[in-house]
Design a protein around this ligand. Structure first.
Ligand SMILES: O=c1[nH]c(=O)c2ncn([C@@H]3O[C@H](COP(=O)(O)OP(=O)(O)OP(=O)(O)O)[C@@H](O)[C@H]3O)c2[nH]1
Ligand SMILES: [Mg+2]
Length: 196
């Protein structure tokens, strides 16, 4: 069975990828299976830079195909914040609830019409001795006033995808994987996964 390593320690992302890659019958590993591999310091200022950094660093170590995902939430009323700093928006502890509450606090005076936002996911695929492939997916939406829903992870409870009355966290994993930024990025890489 083909094995793909996802260069992440984010369990929420692993769950998304496992579901999204199910049709391709690959064995999915992540850095949660390799605790001996240190976190990659994300020194980039764009999602593309960080995804490439994570994919190439881990590929050099494991010498097999690696998928990395750098993703985050861009909020128009906050000039695109938290962006590439989404994981650490409320501090190095990378606490989802703290991050989400900081967004709600910073938007407390912002009217509904001005709460537009988007999830961004950049996937980088690195293979030994090959050019790294990079694809970006986005999901437009808005930030709600109160967290809602039990599914997903991160900012899902406060992100309402455009055209829906539910937050991303009120969708099932299957429903999220039909519209998410991660799905939109991975859709551009289907041929690579098929040819693995
Ligand atoms: O609600 C969400 N639904 C999503 O689908 C989603 N995708 C990403 N994010 C957030 O964006 C940051 C990623 O940061 P990030 O790409 O650096 O990942 P990370 O540091 O968590 O793990 P790693 O992949 O770097 O190991 C984190 O705060 C995540 O909460 C999401 N939030
Ligand atoms: Mg990270």
């Amino acid at each position: 069975m083909k094995q793909i390593i996802i260069a992440t320690k984010n369990a929420g992302k692993v769950k998304d990828f496992q579901k999204l890659l199910e049709p391709f019958h690959c064995e999915i590993k992540s850095l949660l299976d390799f605790p001996e591999i240190a976190d990659v310091e994300e020194t980039g200022t764009t999602f593309e830079e960080n995804a490439t950094l994570k994919a190439e660093t881990i590929c050099d170590i494991v010498q097999q195909p690696v998928i990395a995902d750098d993703s985050g939430l861009e909020i128009d009323a906050l000039n695109g914040e938290p962006g590439v700093y989404s994981a650490r928006y409320a501090g190095e502890q990378k606490n989802d609830a703290d991050n989400l509450n900081k967004v709600l606090h910073n938007l407390k005076e912002t009217k509904e019409i001005d709460r537009t936002a988007r999830f961004v996911c950049v996937i980088a695929i690195a293979e030994p001795n090959k050019e790294t492939i990079i694809k970006r997916g986005e999901c437009e939406g808005a930030i709600v006033f109160e967290p809602k829903g039990e599914h997903g992870f991160g900012y899902d409870p406060i992100f309402r995808p455009k055209g829906l009355d539910l937050t991303m966290a009120e969708l099932t994993l299957e429903e999220k994987n039909k519209i998410s930024h991660r799905k939109n990025a991975l859709d551009q890489l289907v041929n690579w996964v098929k040819e693995l």
